[in-house]
Write a protein that binds this ligand. Structure first.
Ligand SMILES: Nc1ncnc2c1ncn2[C@@H]1O[C@H](COP(=O)(O)OP(=O)(O)OP(=O)(O)O)[C@@H](O)[C@H]1O
Ligand SMILES: [Mg+2]
Length: 434
């Protein structure tokens, strides 16, 4: 009896050991499935690019390989589970068999009665069934582990920033960046390649996306941010929206650190047009009103559509402002998407307008119309990232950002003869040889 009782912990040991292996295999199953799903989702989202670039076969092969990895892991898991179940069944059957043989021998020798043997045998079966149930539970728990681990990881996440803060009574729209430094790597966002590069750069103390930026913008001022690609212009706008906090220095709004203010409050006064217009598969009207506490009345809606130069094409759509724009605004042209994104920013009657290349996809005429319309919003502080001379010239002041630093600041007229990046790029000397 003792020998049989000892068998139970042995079986459970086996179950937990093997269960751990099964658990690891289950975790690999989940991640293999995620890889395959990510390829499928990306391919469907970018189906046009996939077709145009002739990448069909490549993605099919990649997907097939990912699914192959997944099915391999599934097969391994099943094998491990089968081996485990078979081994424990074997232990169970062999021991029962030994019990019967030994018991019958004992009965024959007259050491125990047949009744006692039968009773013991029945108890033993009940007991081993219990062990099997425990073993199956151990396996089941292991298979749920990766999903549960991920689930609890998400539940335990703490927001990086607090959204609560003070709500000042007034809003003027003065913006200041005071010695602001920012590094995506410190937010865990840099790509692996960028991280590797950074490690070599670390000797250079102030490496980062933005480095010691000082900039003060008066209420109502229109400031253009110019500079080479990758210089940090878009990042600067993200910091103004407090989508990230700086690693060093302060971003101030009307003299108050952004971190001390209620995030929902100040963002409700901001209008933002990102470099890539983010449209949703909803109607034109719903896209414009997206995120607003209440949708703008029809007159306000048509006013902002007109300011953004979107009225003509929206009127031409089959259902006007009720027409859906498709996923990401697919059914619109690039310039139309941009106009809609502008209308959305203006509909909030922003006191601070942040435009990231917001007129880059417009034709010259359309851009002139929008820039002139922006000029009519007198009380609005405007920060616009711009690559085109026409947009830059419409600003009160130009700030040039190169390599994460402000290298020039002044009126377009001043900078056009200052001999710096601005003049070199927008007013290059005419080569008489050509
Ligand atoms: N989400 C991100 N994660 C990691 N690095 C990023 C991220 N976004 C931007 N960067 C890096 O930060 C730097 C500045 O990028 P940013 O988008 O601000 O440039 P930009 O001046 O707006 O350029 P462009 O004129 O091409 O729009 C780049 O080197 C870029 O690789
Ligand atoms: Mg940019």
């Amino acid at each position: 009896a003792l020998a049989l009782a000892l068998r139970a912990p042995l079986l459970l040991q086996l179950a937990t050991r093997a269960g751990r292996v099964v658990g690891q295999l289950n975790a690999r199953q989940t991640s293999a499935m995620n890889v395959a799903n990510a390829i499928a989702a990306e391919t469907l989202r970018e189906s046009r690019a996939v077709a145009a670039l002739g990448a069909r076969q490549q993605v099919v092969a990649e997907y097939r390989a990912a699914v192959g990895t997944y099915t391999d892991v599934v097969a391994q898991t099943l094998l491990a589970e089968t081996v485990l179940r078979f081994t424990s069944l074997l232990i169970k059957s062999v021991s029962e068999w030994v019990l019967l043989v030994w018991g019958l021998a004992s009965v024959r020798a007259g050491r125990i009665s047949i009744g006692l043997l039968m009773a013991f045998y029945a108890y033993e079966r009940k007991f081993s069934q219990g062990t099997v149930v425990l073993q199956n539970m151990a396996l089941e728990l292991q298979s749920m582990r990766p999903t549960c681990a991920r689930y609890f990881e998400l539940l335990d996440r703490e927001p990086r920033m607090s959204y609560n803060g003070t709500v000042p009574r007034t809003f003027h729209g003065e913006i200041e960046l005071r010695n602001v430094s920012f590094d995506f790597a410190q937010h865990g966002l840099a790509s692996d390649a960028a991280k590797r590069d950074r490690r070599h750069e670390r000797a250079d103390e102030d490496a980062g996306t933005l480095q010691g930026v000082n900039l003060k913008i008066r209420p109502g001022e229109v400031v253009a941010i110019a500079g080479p690609s990758g210089g940090g212009k878009s990042t600067l706008l993200l910091l103004l929206l407090r989508l990230y906090d700086p690693n060093g220095g302060q971003v101030l709004l009307d003299g108050a650190d952004l971190r001390s203010l209620d995030v929902a409050w100040f963002r409700s006064h901001f209008g933002y047009v990102p470099q890539e217009p983010a449209l949703l598969d909803r109607s034109v009207a719903d896209n414009v009103a997206f995120g607003m506490p209440s949708p703008p009345p029809p007159s306000a809606l048509s006013h902002v559509l007109q300011l953004a130069g979107a009225d003509a094409f929206v009127d031409a759509l089959s259902s006007g402002i009720d027409s859906r724009v498709g996923e990401g605004g697919r059914s619109l042209s690039g310039g139309q998407r941009q106009r809609l994104a502008l209308a959305r920013a203006l509909a909030r009657r922003p006191r601070v307008l942040l435009l990231d290349e917001a007129t880059s996809a417009l034709d010259a005429e359309g851009e002139r119309h929008v820039l002139a319309a922006l000029r009519t919003l007198n009380a609005t502080t405007t920060v616009m990232v711009a690559h085109r001379l026409s947009a830059v010239l419409s600003a009160d002041r130009v700030v040039v950002v190169v390599g994460g630093k402000v290298v020039e600041s002044g009126t377009p007229a001043e900078l056009s003869t200052a001999g710096g990046w601005f003049q070199r790029n927008f007013f290059p000397p005419i080569d008489p040889e050509r």
